[in-house]
Design a protein around this ligand. Structure first.
Ligand code: GLU
Length: 530
């Protein structure tokens, strides 16, 4: 990769020299890397969008460059209210704040940077200016064809088994005629004239050489009848004026790239570098879609996936640090250091939720308990019925933090907190007598074990409850050789469950009073059978 960037640098250097000798290009040569993420505010941030944003961010940071966030709202019909705020807040939540563009300050969207505005609807004049210039230079033309005419044309072409494309009906209109029809109020668009019979070839940073031919391209609309640009013109103008050097985006945009390259050429600009990311797939290799599960990043966060785990997981969807590297857990800083576009795969990347669960559990395990507890609180994961209905002492932070200490190593998602051990959140536990029995032990033996535990724990000072290591030491000592005989009934007395954390853990969480109360109940059950 170093080599590639060396070549990239040398290439840019030569171009720079050339452009000073032959000022054919209006493009200043750039060596400072700038990437951008350019979402359309049509809804929530999709996990695929998060990956695009992340790779753009990581590449820029890895190269000591800038990451720009631009909003592409040229398709006014598809705008969703609140989508901009939600996109930005999700990006910032997971740690992908931009150097330039849109950010959130005190909950409201604000733009910052020297290349603004960073939202296309505020840049309409710019696009119109360039489109008019292309018209003047005969590289674009006005088109008055109605949608009915276009539909009819398409039908005829399809019936004749030809690929549907604009028949250039308006290409040869005289400027005077165009003016007359426009002043008469007739609606028109501006189309970019795709040159005839040209191979368009470019080196994709991920896919290598990609070739297209202009025979497969339509004369693209670049300005719509409402005066808004289409994506193709806006993206080129913005990437150029915002001095973007590397466009990293999803594979679905690959076939648009030759059109963009032609627009760059027409405007006399140096195109950016391009890297098209592989598709995200479901485990059955179909395209990742909403039907098969959640695709909104905010839903994952709401379910209790940690942002660090999500970022780490998404980073590995199509990228790995290289052959022989077995590391799978990376901090954002490590990703910035290691990320390399040349190691992004061409093949689709499978979105495996099981792997995300595993990774999330790893992050939860590794986090210090106080910070994890703060996350639970902040994410409202303690606002659940199980806890709301619990007796007061079981709603305190001290109590909840103890539960977390016990559950931390087995928690896959924050939303699961407490669910495995509901008996922590009640005043009494209900269970069948038989559950107290270890192997073939008689009720008398069980009762004896419980009474012994009661005696030991009853005489222990409250202070012994401060650390659970102490309780464990004392109880293990009392258990001696026959651990099951002593510990099983104690554990069931405390949890009322077939499976639960150890009796030491349960006793520690419950505290002295509740522990003794539950043992007393178990002793009574042994006597009365209920
Ligand atoms: N606005 C486009 C999108 O929503 C951006 C495509 C690009 O990155 O060029 O995905």
């Amino acid at each position: 990769s170093y080599c590639q960037y060396l070549i990239y640098g040398v290439k840019k250097g030569i171009m720079q020299k050339l452009s000073t000798i032959f000022p054919f290009s209006r493009t200043p040569m750039r060596t400072h890397v700038r990437t951008r993420f350019a979402p359309s505010p049509t809804g929530f941030l999709h996990v695929g969008g998060l990956r695009t944003a992340l790779y753009s961010f990581l590449f820029a940071k890895n190269q000591g460059g800038d990451f720009v966030l631009r909003i592409e709202d040229t398709d006014q019909k598809r705008l969703v209210p609140g989508a901009i705020e939600s996109l930005i807040s999700t990006l910032e939540t997971v740690g992908l704040s931009c150097d330039e563009g849109f950010g959130l300050r005190n909950g409201t969207c604000e733009q910052h940077g020297n290349h603004g505005p960073y939202i296309q609807s505020e840049r309409l004049g710019l696009y119109q200016g360039y489109a008019n210039e292309l018209v003047e230079r005969k590289l674009a033309y006005h088109c008055f064809c109605s949608s009915e005419r276009l539909a009819e044309m398409r039908e005829i072409q399809i019936a004749a088994k030809r690929a549907p494309r604009y028949d250039r009906h308006c290409l040869s209109l005289k400027p005077s005629e165009v003016e007359a029809r426009k002043s008469a109020g007739e609606a028109s668009v501006i189309r970019f004239r795709i040159p005839d019979d040209r191979d368009i070839e470019f080196g994709d940073l991920i896919r290598g050489t990609v070739k297209f031919h202009t025979r497969d391209m339509d004369d693209q609309v670049i300005i719509k009848s409402d005066g808004f640009p289409t994506y193709h013109l806006a993206v080129v103008v913005d990437d150029h004026l915002m001095e973007v050097t590397h466009v990293i985006r999803g594979e679905e945009w690959l076939s648009s790239t030759p059109k963009h390259i032609l627009i760059y050429e027409a405007l006399g600009w140096q195109p950016t570098e391009f890297g098209h990311l592989p598709l995200l797939l479901n485990p059955d290799k179909s395209k990742l879609s909403k039907r098969q599960g959640d695709v909104a990043v905010e839903d994952y966060l709401a379910k209790g996936y940690l942002k660090e785990a999500l970022i780490n997981f998404v980073a590995l969807l199509g990228w790995n640090p290289g052959k022989g590297e077995t590391q799978e857990i990376f901090t954002l800083a490590e990703l910035q250091e290691k990320f390399d576009l040349t190691k992004v795969n061409k093949a689709g990347a499978v979105f495996d939720i099981k792997k995300l669960d595993w990774m999330n559990a790893e992050y939860i395990k590794r986090m210090d308990t106080d910070s994890l507890f703060a996350r639970l609180k902040k994410g409202n994961f303690l606002e659940k019925e199980l806890i709301r209905k619990a007796p007061d002492p079981m709603q305190t932070d001290v109590f909840l933090k103890r539960v977390l200490t016990i559950e931390q190593d087995r928690l896959a998602k924050l939303s699961e907190f407490g669910e495995q051990n509901p008996f922590f959140f009640t005043d009494t536990v209900e269970y069948a007598v038989d559950l107290l029995r270890w192997k073939e032990n008689t009720p008398a033996l069980i009762q004896e074990a419980l009474k012994k535990a009661r005696a030991i724990l009853g005489t222990l000072d409250e202070s012994m409850w401060e650390t659970h290591a102490e309780l464990e030491r004392v109880l293990l000592e009392a258990a001696g050789e026959k651990r099951g005989d002593f510990l099983w009934p104690l554990r069931v007395a405390l949890s009322g469950a077939q499976r639960s954390p150890s009796p030491f853990d349960c006793a520690w969480v419950l505290g002295k009073n509740q522990t003794l109360k539950r043992i007393d109940k178990a002793i009574r059950i042994c006597e009365t059978g209920k």
